[in-house]
Write a protein that binds this ligand. Sequence first.
Ligand code: PMP
Length: 298
Amino acid sequence: MQVYVNGRFVPAQEASISVFDHGFLYGDGVFEGIRVYGGTIFRLQQHLERLYHSALCLMLDIPMTPEAMRDAIVETVRRRALPNQYVRVVVSRGAGDLGLDPTLCPQPSVIIIADTIALYPERYYTEGLDLVTVATRRVSSDALDPRIKSLNYLNNIMAKIEAQQAGVVEAVMLNAEGYVAECTADNVFVLRQGCLHTPSVAAGALQGVTRDSVLEIARGLGLETAESFLTRYDLYTAEECLMTGTGAEIVPVVRIDGRRIGAGVPGPVTARIREAFAALCHQDGVRVERAEPAHVAS
Ligand code: PMP
């Protein structure tokens, strides 16, 4: 593992931030999860834009330019020296007092961790995943814009717990009006009559980097796409369903609330999207030289 904290690379066991950091005390901060495929940091530019836009909305001044942040991420990935990685970038408000006041936090914290991740066992990718809709609603988009990728994940965590209590690993969250928003850390898609639908940002979906990639891929495959207001009916009666996220990548969904989706096995369109994504993710991003150990590098 490689860990960068406030401008320095430190051994993982020694990496720490203050207990007075408002990221810890109040979830006051923003983050990104980014993947590296064969030495290419997938869509780094898009992740950086989302990070800086999220911070802007919170009036959180990231204490480095996007270019310096990009260089720090590239260097962290280079040092990790693995072709495939998962990178977590966190910018929190920094240490302050025990009150909420962010103006009393003079120095935001910047943390970059380069490691690997496997969110789900391989069988979910080959056999598909079960979802349940849960009682915990997605935070309303007029309370917290879903485009802001903040450290506020309590609803998502409660939804995840509900899913686990129900015996499955992932949840579909609805918004306050009952429209489908997203899963706990993933966007959701359904194929209906040749059109690939995903909940709109207004319905409470994070504007996922993988979501954008899948929308582009689908159009490239000649499918119609739509950012929609979907109900559970639209999920249950879909021909195919899939979930997307940087950590999870693209996961076929075969059952929702006990209803079989389509044929109850991963569908052919999902398979084509997964194949196209596997090609795209090695091409579209910032290439890191020598992100592989010297004895492996060609
Ligand atoms: N929704 C939520 C709530 C998430 O945390 C994530 C993961 N970042 C996603 C969707 C998927 O976004 P991305 O494809 O950018 O990882």
